[in-house]
Design a protein around this ligand. Sequence first.
Ligand code: ASP
Ligand code: MG
Length: 406
Amino acid sequence: MPRLVMKFGGTSSADPARLEACAMQIAQKARQGYGLAVVVSAPAGATDKLAAMVQQADVDAQWPDETDAVLAAGEQINAALLAMALRRLGLKARSFTGWQAGMLTDAKHGEARIQHIEAQRLTALIDGGTIAVIAGFQGISPDGRITTLGRGGSDLSAVAFAAALKAQACEIYTDVKGVYSADPNMVGNAKLLRSLSYEEMLEMASQGTKIMQSRSVELALAGQVTLRILSSFESDPGTIINATAGLEQAQVRAISYSRDEARITLHAMPAGSKALADIFDALAGAGLQVDLIVQSPAKHARQSTLVFSLRRADADKALDILINPCHNLSLQDVSLDRQMAKVSVIGIGLRSQTKIAHTLFETLSAKNISIGAVATSETRISVLVAEADIEIAVRSLHSAFELDQN
Ligand code: ASP
Ligand code: MG
């Protein structure tokens, strides 16, 4: 019997009526003859509420193990409630916590890495016709403590179980019909993409498209797990993500964006690579990730200007490291722009297509949008723009690359 993993997100399972709707979708797949593992998130908002409770009980964040025991509770409740909804439909179903389902992780609480899935018992049960409803986002550490996989981690659980069960596909049920050529809330005529390669989806996820956590797409790529993103409320085949989709077409497939950006400019950088190395060393040492980087010669011969972008939440910490004498860099003439955003053009084989870069710059300049920094890779071109320009940037690029629904 072919096996299938179905994952339902928080908005798809937020109340009894929606759980009922999930159960109907699952029943349909059971009737089609699939052996089923269903992975659930907590109901929408539940994990945030649990995190707020933890903040009051463990003000100094001293007890990450107990924190995980609290955070994992939302998924456990949903798994059992969904198993009941399936039983009401006359199906054989049973709920599992992460550890009961064999999800073994390391001991890094709050951000645990999956080490192995002990899938024998689970496989036997599923093949015997029981629907396994598994709490996502959680596992167990080597010393037997509950762990969580990081926010958004139930996608990761689903992909990992799909790989361990050698499932035909991992279906991610969510509140949109699939993956669009741009955020449909921003671009009215964004097109539903029927197929994407792992690389394209990975770029979209890591450049701000919020459909799926990027770590999960990486795992799907590594394990060659076919993904399908589809709506839990409408019947539509959604978007399929696998190795072959889209590979032949060197063309732009989608526009992604993120508002969560800030820009730091060092106006009077000492020349030479030593200074650069010291700066990025200090930032990395503080756990800060730098994204786009540009260095250009300044007015004075022995100086240059360095511009880089990073997550907005990290901006103040980075500034402090650069200018505060206690961190040894003591740089002067440093400015910070907090309200930045990043727009990315995504597709396969973009680096070799100069025309794509040309269209991108021409489009933005026609709208008087100035560009803060640029980065290119095989699968994307990203530019930093002022946050105030982001909507125009996304919409005009979407039509310049003819992505509009026809
Ligand atoms: N409930 C967890 C979270 O909110 C995991 C998930 O939804 O994927 O991050
Ligand atoms: Mg999610």
